[in-house]
Design a binder for this molecule. Sequence first.
Ligand code: OXD
Ligand code: MN
Length: 597
Amino acid sequence: MSTIEVRPVLEKPLSKNPHLLAWIEECATLTKPDKVLWCDGSQEEKERLTAQAVQEGILKPLNQEKLPGCYYHRSNPNDVARVEHLTFICTPTKAEAGPTNNWMAPEDAYKKLGQLFDGSMKGRTMYVVPYSMGPVGSPMSKIGVEITDSIYVVLNMGIMTRMGKPALEMLGDSNDFNRGLHSTLDVNPDRRFICHFPQDNTIWSIGSGYGGNVLLGKKCLALRIGSYLGRQEGWMAEHMLILGVEDPKGETTYVAAAFPSACGKTNFAMLIPPKRFEGWKVWTVGDDIAWMKPGPDGRLYAINPEAGYFGVVPGTNYVSNPSAMKSIARDTIYTNVAMTPDGDVWWEGKDGEVPEELIDWQGRPWKKGSTEKAAHPNSRFTAPMSNNPVLSPMANSPQGVPISAMIFGGRRSDTVPLVLQAFNWVHGVYLGATMGSETTAAATGKVGVVRRDPMAMLPFCGYDMGTYFKHWLNMQNLIKFPPKIFQVNWFRKGNDGRFLWPGFGENMRVLKWIVDRAHGRAGAWETPLGWVPKHQDFDLSGVSVPLEDVDEAQSIDFEAWKRELDDAGKYFEQLGETVPKELELQRQMLREHLARV
Ligand code: OXD
Ligand code: MN
């Protein structure tokens, strides 16, 4: 390969950063694109690339009267979710990646993927996508550059991040940026790998076009590499939404909440309080990821590193999430939903009548009554957060928002009560570390089985899980006023399989108690497992389910909890010796409490 062939790299660079130029040249030498295009993030560029994507059949314009600025994308049917079994943490030793991550030695991964990347962009354009995770100018933000051969990725990154020139300006001549290399190759699962090299602040992703595998700023940088950097630098990268609860007096309290994928994080982040809560408002800061760092006043401050929402579409409607519906009414990319004959979109759970005929997510004709899903269960929208009618005025704040409460929530049809408050930080970390949830369609694999998903980070923690727990415990020493920690479960079911709690907007009742507790102004009962609301402190008036159901949702089944604690013990054993002793002690203490009831 001669340097002449890669000259286009140097023709119109948008940066003189020598580290960046050298790396781009290295990537071009490896992947051998026909052309290299630097992305500046401008509106003109977005329009030009969108037109090109339409021409190449990558995007289809949707009905522009109904959905202005919206486009449709259909991914390869073999490529519709994150692939955890093909995702690797490539630390120098296997122990650093820990027992919950797939591991490959860095030199083996570079070699194996290097062979796949060799010539992978022949006949294609290589796009250089500079981006900032976090508000431009925030001391908590990080710069990444993604090199990709996919226009779909470029257009999605333009929505999900602060992309283009402002990111390059922030970077200047620094060598401190994440290097992300992505090629769609032939979308063959046998040649699909998502590899993270935390020590090199590098990500290599090949063989996929699905968002979570290829929008490298999101899960790869903001969580896997982010969690690794956070531990080194004294901050936290968490799979958490951030919301602000404004009370009728105008005081806003910020809450961060971790839920596993596809458990309603976006809905919770955009919650509309029920009528009963007149004067209360919930503002969205972020719907998926929180970067949190102790501030000079001793509180924990959070930013949302993203600028858009990559949300699960099925189930989204004007009841479950009116703000999401408004957010996706324009300038949105829809992936793998169904299309109506007049160029509108449809999915299971959308408001209104089920259309008679559709084109399903695989491009096949679909008729009402069909047993097959018209939209893929993990079909997605990519929408700019600026579309959100309840976007927090603090969403772009460089210093972030102070967090008063943290919530851990899973999808559990039994055992875990609707809400409880941890006794203290260590107990809260224990609740997060032992979180379990029934699996969903957001990742390939069996749906509906309970798996332990510590802090909802199982697929996203970039290093050994026990060491991550230790980092959580250590953070307490850095935060003078740590947030209070809570556990919630919106998904508990009765014996007949019905949900005991109505969820959605009604979750405001739980949220209000959490906010009040965070300010020390609501009562609670002490149970062996934590603090739970007393009836008079928990506003249930007008709730849309029988109060007995709420009591059942909130009840603590001691026998089930003994099993739960035993199971947590086995899980700690699986995680190995790095699990902090404090957490095992917590478990034993809770077990003792229960033994006495
Ligand atoms: C997501 C996920 O896409 O968690 O946010 O899978
Ligand atoms: Mn997520």
